[in-house]
Ligand binder design. Structure first.
Ligand SMILES: *Cc1c(COP(=O)(O)O)cnc(C)c1O
Length: 453
C-alpha cells in the first residue's frame, strides 16, 4: 500500500540531560491499535467515541492473583468488592462470580448489591452516613454493619432494643500507621483509646453482637508496612477483647487502598515500575497477623475490601482528537473528546495515553485538553506525544477505578461502557446517556413553560 506521507512541521527540541533513560521522556514507542485482539478503530466505529472498555478476563486474572497471594499465606481469606470503586452491575457480578462479597458505603450502594443478588449476610456496610431506615434494613438482612461513630452505635442500640434483634457489628478503627496525613475522620481512634472505649460500650451493653474489627487506612497507599502496623493494632484490640470478655471476634478487615499501577501526579517514575505488588501487601498483612500475640481458638477470617488495585488496569478509555493548536507561547496542545468530567482520575494521575495508529518518530511536549469549555479540563499538563491529527484515536490506560462512579454529567453526556468477555464477545454494559434521560428528571412549572423571543 502506498499512501502519501503527511508533512510534519520540523521542531527544534532542547536535549534534557537529566532524564531517567537515554531516550528521554518519550512516553510511547508503539501505538496501541488493538485491545484483546479487537481493533480500537472497530470499537469506536461500533460504539462511539469516547468509549470505556473493560476486560472481564483481566478482572478475573487480577482477582485470582490477589486471592492466591493472600490464601497461600493465611488460612481464611474473604474479599468484598468495594462498590464505590466501580459499581456497574456487570463489573460487580464478575467479582461476585469469583466469590467476592459486597462492600458498600451508602444506602443506594446497599440496595444495588441486594438487587445484584448478594445475600444480605455477605454485605459489609461501611460509611459515616447510614440512615435509620438503612440500619433497620441491614439488621433485618443480617448484614455486617461497621460502626463509624458513637451516634451510630447509640442508634443501633436503640433499634436493637425496640426491635429485639441483635445486629452484627464491627467498629471501624483509625490509627497512626506512619503514613501522613493520617486518615482519622472515619471510625474510632486506636491511639487515644476511642476504639477501646467503643468496644467496651458494645461488650458491656450486650445488645449488639461484636463480630469484627475493621480499618481502611487510606487509599493508594504506597507502603505495605502501613498495613502491617494496621493489622498488628487490630490484633491488639482483638486480644484485649478476648482477655477481658472471653469473646472471639470472627474477622479482621483491613479495608482497601492498595495502589494500582497508575502514576500519581508528580512521580518521577511510572507507577507500573515502582508501586508495590499485591504480594508485598499480602506478606505485610499476614505476617503481622500470624506474628501477633492474639491467639484465638479459631483464626479470624481476614477480609479485604480491595478496590482500585483489582480493577484499574482492567479498563481503558478510547477517544478521538478534535483539534491541535498552539498556546500563545508556542506550546503544542491537543484537544480530545474526553474531559475531566468522565476521566475524573486525571486530577490525581498522569494517565498513560497511547496513540491508536502508527506515528512518526518525532515527539513534542504537549498539553492535552478535554472538550469542556472550562479551564480545569486538562487531561495531561505535559505529555510527550507524536503529532496527532484530527480524527486520530487514543487509548488511555488504567482507568477502571473511580471513573465510572465519580464521572459526572457536565456539558457532555456520558458515553457507553462495553465489556469484552474472555471469549472476545463485546457487550454494552452501560448505555450512553441521552437528552431524554436528563429531561425525565426535570420539571418546568407551568408559568415558565412558554416564552417569546
Ligand atoms: C473506598 C473504600 C475501599 C476501596 O478502596 P480502594 O482504594 O479502591 O482499594 C475499601 N473500603 C472502604 C471502607 C472504602 O471506603
Amino acid at each position: 500500500m502506498t499512501t502519501k506521507k503527511r508533512y510534519e512541521r520540523p521542531i527544534i527540541k532542547r536535549l534534557e540531560s537529566n532524564m531517567p533513560n537515554k531516550f528521554g521522556s518519550r512516553t510511547e514507542f508503539q501505538p496501541v491499535t488493538q485491545l484483546e485482539d479487537i481493533a480500537v478503530k472497530e470499537l469506536i466505529d461500533a460504539y462511539g467515541s469516547p468509549l470505556f472498555v473493560i476486560s472481564e478476563k483481566k478482572i478475573r486474572k487480577n482477582f485470582r492473583a490477589a486471592k492466591q497471594a493472600f490464601e497461600t499465606r493465611y488460612p481464611k481469606v474473604q474479599f468484598a468488592w468495594s462498590y464505590k470503586t466501580n459499581y456497574l452491575n456487570a463489573v460487580c457480578n464478575v467479582f461476585h462470580q469469583e466469590g467476592s462479597w459486597a462492600e458498600v458505603v451508602s444506602g443506594f450502594e446497599y440496595d444495588k448489591a441486594l438487587r445484584n443478588g448478594v445475600d444480605g449476610s455477605k454485605i459489609i456496610f461501611n460509611g459515616p452516613d447510614k440512615s435509620e431506615a438503612d440500619l433497620k434494613k441491614a439488621i433485618t438482612n443480617n448484614s455486617l454493619i461497621h460502626i463509624d461513630h458513637l451516634d451510630e452505635l447509640y442508634a443501633l442500640q436503640e433499634i436493637a432494643k425496640s426491635t429485639k434483634q441483635r445486629p452484627k457489628v464491627a467498629i471501624r478503627v483509625n490509627m497512626d500507621t506512619g503514613v501522613y496525613p493520617m486518615w482519622d475522620r472515619f471510625g474510632f481512634n486506636f491511639e487515644n483509646g476511642q476504639a477501646w472505649d467503643a468496644l467496651n460500650k458494645i461488650m458491656f451493653t450486650g445488645t449488639l453482637e461484636l463480630v469484627g474489627l475493621h480499618t481502611h487506612i487510606g487509599t493508594f497507599m504506597l507502603s505495605p508496612n502501613a498495613y502491617a502496623v494496621a493489622a498488628s493494632k487490630l490484633a491488639v484490640l482483638a486480644q484485649k477483647v478476648q482477655q477481658k470478655y472471653g469473646h472471639e471476634i470472627r474477622y479482621i478487615d483491613l479495608g482497601g487502598g492498595f495502589a494500582s499501577r497508575n502514576t500519581l501526579k508528580g512521580s518521577y517514575l511510572p507507577g507500573i515500575d515502582t508501586n508495590p505488588a499485591i504480594d508485598d501487601y499480602a506478606e505485610a498483612i499476614t505476617s503481622a497477623l500470624i506474628n501477633s500475640e492474639y491467639r484465638p481458638k479459631t483464626p479470624p477470617m481476614l477480609i479485604l475490601e480491595t478496590g482500585r488495585a483489582l480493577i484499574d488496569d482492567a479498563a481503558w478509555l478510547l477517544g478521538t482528537v478534535i483539534a491541535n493548536k498552539r498556546l500563545s507561547d508556542g506550546k503544542r496542545t491537543t484537544i480530545v473528546d474526553f474531559g475531566v468530567n468522565i476521566l475524573f482520575t486525571s486530577f490525581w494521575y498522569d494517565h498513560r495515553v497511547s496513540p491508536a495508529q502508527p506515528f512518526t518518530s518525532y515527539t513534542e511536549d504537549t498539553v492535552m485538553y478535554g472538550p469542556l469549555c472550562m479551564n480545569i479540563d486538562v487531561i495531561r499538563e505535559n505529555i510527550s506525544l507524536p503529532l496527532l491529527h484530527k480524527g486520530d484515536h487514543l487509548v488511555v490506560h488504567t482507568v477502571g477505578a473511580y471513573n465510572m462512579t465519580q464521572w459526572m454529567q457536565f456539558i457532555t453526556l456520558r458515553p457507553k461502557v462495553v465489556m469484552i468477555s474472555p471469549e472476545g464477545k463485546i457487550s454494552v454494559i452501560r448505555n450512553n446517556e441521552k437528552l431524554e434521560n436528563l429531561l425525565d428528571l426535570e420539571q418546568v412549572p407551568p408559568h415558565l413553560a412558554n416564552f417569546e423571543l
